[in-house]
Design a protein around this ligand. Structure first.
Ligand code: F6R
Length: 611
């Protein structure tokens, strides 16, 4: 969603800011803008549409070596030029960019209007620019702190002021803000992606923290009711490959990220498998064997694909550890006044670690005294910092909106957690070893599935022709179907509905026709015969079939017409992840054949930071 960049140094700011904003495009946005501070004061350029439209229409005279920039995802007011950030005060001496939501914006707008201020936009952010401008405090830091003290809600914010032409002031409360230390220049961003081209030496602000950023360095403070107190935040080198944010030879980040899965899967498993005792070795959980044994229930919370992989995780935990487990959309959780039990382990799952619904669910659990661990990809993200322990996913930066490699690593993290929970209970050492061996084999097996991409592309092109599709599966296979449908609809914009195969005959079979294909998940497991019987019912009604299955499974009468996708067998319990991989490839090639922007599907954002 919204993105912030800032620059102060010896270069012209505008091109650096444009480059930074381009790197944030994947997060999703509807308008963009810049403010630069130069010899002739503060200049602002902003407009609805793409960053490149903004860059092409920048005024000729747009010089300045200090600047801030923003990509906006509309919350207060439609996406238009006026509502785009930066926002300014009436005299045009202050510019503010803001991520997050000011909950009391209406009251603040009314108060400012009462005082004679003419507000020109519909946004919550504009009030901040006026509040900073109206402050009579001596320093920009104090003026910004005074303005922020009036604000209820969340923010990552950057402020430029014509009266303080040697600095930017930035602050964070619930929305990421990172400072990058360059060579005689400093950068600011809401996401590492905007910085890595310039520097990998960064400082992450904490909630309630503010910083002054000049060309030569930065100073941090805590915003206390009594004023600003200095904090000792230092920049650290982050271990990140700067090419992680380049698609390289791939036509899209989604393609690159799908292809990275074997290597990334190895990374999440590395050092966490205990072959001798047939168990997982997850130090970051901060739970010893006795505490693990005391867990009576597991509740998994995530959104979208993270929720579907949570369902896969719940079934792994029930099967391997025989501990009751279920997954729930984090976006619904806190609204039903959930009962938090002391012997339940809560698990928050999030690639970005920023998803507001998941973060608020974590806070609800903790507020009621529950113990929550995180399966999170982005190190140091809000959810990672909020939880009692967890498993980092080591998927590397995921840029495409459609989650692939992070999702696979979520599954693998769940598998290790389930084995570890099982091994302090009744999962035998022999079964533990069998599962660890199967996990070790998975990266190569994922590669084998990806190697069939050309065949999958042919199937995908046919599926893309349909307006509406079913994805069906049973028990372990049902969350696979849900995730397959999610990926397909997200980037191909086709209506894809997931159903339990067993439920088809209770209603949806009425929709089956030659125009409505079904993608069926049919592993070689205890349900294979029941699944094949359902396929026959679909085939008998003329429904085109794509069956994701294992070699040797006899598809009966349905086999004659079905397109068959065989994936390698894993341990039976671990089959879901290999069944999921071809569905990513199908979605990708369907979207490609329809000519869609794969990495930036319409209406969607990579990190959903508003409710
Ligand atoms: C689907 C997708 C979304 C995310 C969801 C949660 O491909 O990417 O459904 O899974 O928005 O995001 P995170 O994992 O960042 O909390």
């Amino acid at each position: 969603m919204c993105g912030i960049v800032g620059y102060i140094g010896a270069q012209q700011a505008a091109p650096v800011l444009v480059e930074g904003l381009t790197r944030l495009e994947h997060r999703g946005y509807d308008s963009a803008g810049l403010a630069v501070l130069g010899g002739s004061g503060l200049k602002v350029a902003k407009r609805a549409g793409r960053v490149r439209d903004l860059a092409e229409t920048l005024p000729k005279r747009f010089g300045g070596k200090i600047g801030i920039g923003h990509t906006r995802w509309a919350t207060h007011g439609p996406a238009n030029d006026t509502n785009a950030h930066p926002h300014s005060d009436t005299a045009g001496r202050v510019a503010v960019v803001h991520n997050g939501i000011i909950d009391n914006a209406a009251a603040l707008r009314a108060e400012l209007a009462e005082a004679g201020v003419v507000l020109v936009s519909d946004t919550d952010t504009e009030v901040l620019a006026h509040l900073v401008a109206r402050s009579t405090e001596a320093t920009l830091e104090q003026r910004t702190a005074e303005a922020l003290a009036r604000v209820e809600g969340t923010y990552g914010v950057a402020v430029a002021h014509a009266d303080f032409p040697d600095r930017l002031v930035v602050a964070r409360n619930g929305s990421p803000l990172i400072i990058g230390v360059g060579d005689k220049e400093m950068h600011v961003a809401s996401d590492l992606a905007a910085l890595v081209r310039y520097t990998t030496t960064v400082a992450h602000l904490d909630d309630g923290e503010m910083a002054t950023v000049t060309a030569s360095g930065f100073t941090t403070y805590r915003i206390d009711p009594s004023g600003l107190s200095a904090t000792d935040r230092r920049a650290k080198e982050v271990d990140i490959d700067p090419t992680a944010y380049d698609a390289g030879e791939h036509d899209s980040f989604m393609h690159k990220e799908m292809r990275e899965q074997p290597a990334r899967a190895e990374a999440v498993l590395r050092g966490r498998l205990d072959e001798r005792f047939g168990t997982g070795h997850l130090g970051g959980l901060n739970l010893d064997a006795r505490e693990l044994r005391a867990i009576r229930r597991v509740k998994i919370l995530g959104c979208g694909s993270a929720y579907y992989v949570g369902e896969m995780g719940a079934s792994l935990i029930e099967e391997l550890a025989r501990v009751p487990a279920d997954a729930e959309p984090a976006s619904e959780f806190r609204y039903r006044n959930p009962i938090i039990e002391p012997d339940t382990l809560y698990v928050a799952v999030s690639q970005s670690g920023e998803t507001i619904d998941t973060l608020l669910a974590v806070q609800e659990v903790r507020r009621k005294g529950g113990r929550v661990i995180g399966l999170v990809n982005v190190v140091g993200s809000a959810i990672a910092r909020e939880v009692d322990g967890g498993i980092y996913l080591h998927a590397g930066p995921e840029v495409a909106v459609a989650s692939t490699k992070a999702l696979t690593n979520m599954y693998l993290a769940f598998a290790m957690l389930a084995i570890q929970l099982g091994r302090v209970r009744d999962l035998s050492i022999a079964d533990g070893k069998r599962l660890i061996a199967a996990l070790t084999a998975l990266p190569d097996q994922i590669e084998q599935v990806l190697a069939t991409e050309e065949d999958l592309a042919l199937v995908a092109k046919r599926l893309a022709e349909a307006e509406s599709l079913f994805f069906v599966g049973r028990v372990r296979g049902f969350p696979v179907a849900r995730e397959g449908a999610q990926k397909f609809k997200e980037i191909s914009y086709r209506h894809a509905e997931a159903y339990q195969t067993s439920e088809l005959k209770h209603g949806p079979l009425a929709l089956i026709s030659s125009q409505v294909p079904t993608v069926a998940i049919v592993p070689d497991d205890e349900l294979v015969e029941r699944n094949v019987a359902a396929l026959e019912q679909i085939a008998a009604r003329g429904g085109p079939l794509v069956v994701v299955t294992h070699a040797g499974v006899d598809l009966g009468d349905a086999g004659a017409s079905a397109a068959r996708i065989d994936v390698p067998r894993s341990a039976r319990e671990l089959d879901p992840i290999l069944l999921t991989i071809p569905l990513q490839v199908l979605a990708y090639h369907a979207a490609l054949s329809l000519g869609h922007d794969i990495d930036k599907p319409r209406n969607l954002a990579k990190s959903v930071t508003v409710e």
